[in-house]
Design a binder for this molecule. Structure first.
Ligand code: ITT
Length: 193
């Protein structure tokens, strides 16, 4: 089975990607290769950050690797938190702090449309490939569910009655931004076998 190193320090993402790709590829974590580093993400776009993270880890290891950068884009907030999704409520904030801030900013606003956008940058044999996945939905006014991570408790995907935090993992992964981007990666990898 082919080794693929996932350039992330987010254990939730790691678990999701291992569930999505784990049958066909051997997804390694930074821990598996004993790498304990802060990964820089200083770009102004999701694409830019995905490329920056993948190049950084590729530069350190020389291994085939990929990175995922994800943003929640809310219509009524002009696309925020977007590239600032991880630290929207400030440096060192928790998932709950970020949700509180979003709910407060949306209070009294009727347009609740939002999407998650995920870009995966894969560096395979030294060549970069980008894959994008998107899922549309709405931000509900109160948290529902306790699975998943990040903004999942307030994100209701279109066409479903459960938030990402209420769905079983296989269902979220089947329709999510990350699942869709990973599908592109999977297809490319299989075509190279
Ligand atoms: P790495 O850069 O180490 O991969 P990160 O947590 O900094 O981890 P991102 O910048 O891509 O990763 O993520 C931005 C934030 O968006 C993340 O911290 C969560 O709050 C949120 N997020 C990402 N994917 C999500 C998902 O599937 N469901 C809900 N929230 C998500």
């Amino acid at each position: 089975m082919q080794d693929l190193l996932f350039a992330t320090n987010n254990q939730h993402k790691l678990r999701e990607i291992q569930a999505i790709l784990g049958n066909e590829f051997h997804v390694l974590s930074l821990k598996d290769v004993t790498l304990d580093v802060e990964i820089p993400e200083t770009q102004e776009t999701i694409e830019g950050n995905a490329v920056q993270k993948a190049r950084f880890i590729h530069g350190l290891t020389g291994m085939n690797c990929f990175a995922d950068d994800t943003g929640l884009e809310i219509d009524a907030l002009d696309g925020r938190p977007g590239v600032y999704s991880a630290r929207y409520a400030g440096e060192g904030c928790s998932f709950d702090d970020n949700i509180d801030k979003v709910l407060q900013e949306l209070s009294g606003i009727e347009n609740r449309k939002a999407c998650f956008r995920c870009v995966i940058c894969l560096i395979l044999d030294g060549v970069e490939h980008l894959f994008e996945g998107r899922v549309d939905g709405v931000i509900i006014p109160e948290r529902q569910g306790s699975d998943g991570f990040g903004y999942d408790p307030v994100f209701l995907p279109n066409g479903f009655s459960q938030t990402f935090a209420e769905m079983p993992a296989y269902l979220k992964n089947g329709i999510s931004h990350r699942g869709r981007a990973a599908e592109g990666l999977r297809k490319l990898m299989l075509s190279k076998k």
